[in-house]
Design a protein around this ligand. Structure first.
Ligand SMILES: *Cc1c(COP(=O)(O)O)cnc(C)c1O
Length: 383
């Protein structure tokens, strides 16, 4: 919508504040218009952080450990701790034995989890399903770890027989990334089953990371509840802030065992605080955003939001079936795949293409009306 010329930063600063504010307003209006039909990406758009606007005029920085003030002194670490404590409780962890912080997004959260796992098991092999997030092979490369992509069953869930064979065949410690809600199909890997498969294969040194970026709250509050958290056998858990909760910035909470964090912590080197995160300077705005959203919602509000998403997903499956579009859904999930419409509809609705099918993600801003409108546009343009 803008040419590079229009956006180019001049050599000599040019005071055209009014024109630039007007340009940004046009951009905002266009993003708002295009967001109206957002049905493909697993991000919630139902939020308003207007009251937090004053924080755009200050620099807060959560450099270093979430649990200690740095020399910089202006931070939102108490809010970060409150948000982390909420997720520790949600994922059944004990505040005394779980260490957490906010990371920039699901990728950094996965990197931190696999990093502490690799420190615990330096010869560990990284296992994840073929449908795990694309950050996993990248992390294996960054950490120079052997990586095995494990086959999935017909629903997109990690195949436990295949996993057992791979683990047994290697005989090395196993670091397994279990995906709780795959980006493609919303499939949930079976964490207790992963532990059994490893132990049946004769390997006791096992670290399981639950990548619940997208599906943690769905697994916890869906019917039936699905195993995904610490009591279910996870050693670490990550949940995104910009997905089911919703935020203008990407963020993710990462929770690991305190003993694993102790092993990577370097005391005092991060502007006067311990260094036990990947980032140095860390985003201090996301803790405020998430704290504000979660204070409004509470645990019950989050549960209600998940239930509404699942109801709307049921509606979407019925409507798409009536329209003859062959919807499929991972049981209890909020992702629906259906016959791919033309490019114009795919792009207007921001739909992803998953193996030649269209991918609808029913996030909190997706209402039954929006689903009906999508169905009308898909069928209208097909005939
Ligand atoms: C979204 C997602 C991630 C990565 O999150 P980013 O914030 O995009 O880095 C990781 N895993 C799963 C399962 C996801 O859905």
């Amino acid at each position: 919508m803008f040419s590079p010329e229009e956006l180019r930063i001049p050599v000599h600063g040019d005071v055209r504040r009014d024109a630039d504010v007007e340009l940004l307003q046009r951009f905002a209006a266009s993003v708002q218009e295009r967001s109206r039909r957002m049905a493909g990406f697993p991000v919630n758009l139902e939020f308003d952080y207007g009251p937090l606007a004053p924080f755009l005029s200050m620099h807060l920085n959560n450099a270093g450990s979430p649990e200690q003030e740095s020399e910089y002194g202006l931070d939102t670490k108490p809010f970060e701790q409150a948000v982390t404590a909420f997720f520790v409780e949600l994922s059944g962890g004990s505040p005394d034995t779980v260490f957490g912080h906010l990371a920039h997004g699901g990728t950094e959260a996965n990197l931190f989890a696999v990093y502490v796992a690799r420190e615990r098991y330096p010869d560990g092999v990284l296992f994840a399903s073929r449908e795990a997030h694309y950050s996993v092979p990248k992390i294996a490369k960054l950490l120079r770890m052997p990586h095995v992509a494990v086959d999935v069953d017909e629903h997109g869930v990690m195949d436990l027989d295949a996993l057992g064979r791979e683990i047994g065949g290697r005989g090395e410690p196993a670091i397994v990334v279990a995906t709780v809600g795959t980006t493609g199909r919303g499939a949930v890997d079976d964490i207790p089953g992963i532990r059994r498969a490893a132990s049946d294969a004769g390997v006791d040194e096992v670290f399981v990371h639950s990548d619940a970026a997208f599906g943690g709250p769905l697994a916890e509050f869906g019917q039936p509840r699905r195993p995904w958290s610490f009591p279910d056998g996870a050693d670490s858990v990550s949940i995104s802030g910009h997905k089911i909760i919703g935020s203008p910035l990407p963020s993710s909470v990462i929770l690991v065992r305190e003993v694993d964090a102790d092993a990577i912590r370097r005391p005092g080197v991060a502007v006067g605080s311990d260094d036990d995160t990947i980032g140095g300077s860390r985003d201090a705005l996301s803790p405020l955003l998430l704290w504000y959203a979660l204070r409004e919602l509470g645990r019950d509000g989050l549960a209600g939001r998940v239930r509404r998403c699942l109801e709307v997903t049921g509606h979407a499956v019925r409507r798409l079936a009536e329209a003859g579009l062959n919807p499929t859904r991972f049981p209890g999930g909020n992702v629906v795949l259906f016959d791919r419409p033309g490019d114009e509809v795919m792009s207007a609705w921001h739909l992803l293409d998953v193996d030649g099918r269209a991918h609808l993600s029913v996030m909190p801003h997706v209402t039954t009306d929006l689903v009906d409108q999508l169905c009308a546009e898909v069928t209208g343009r097909r005939t």
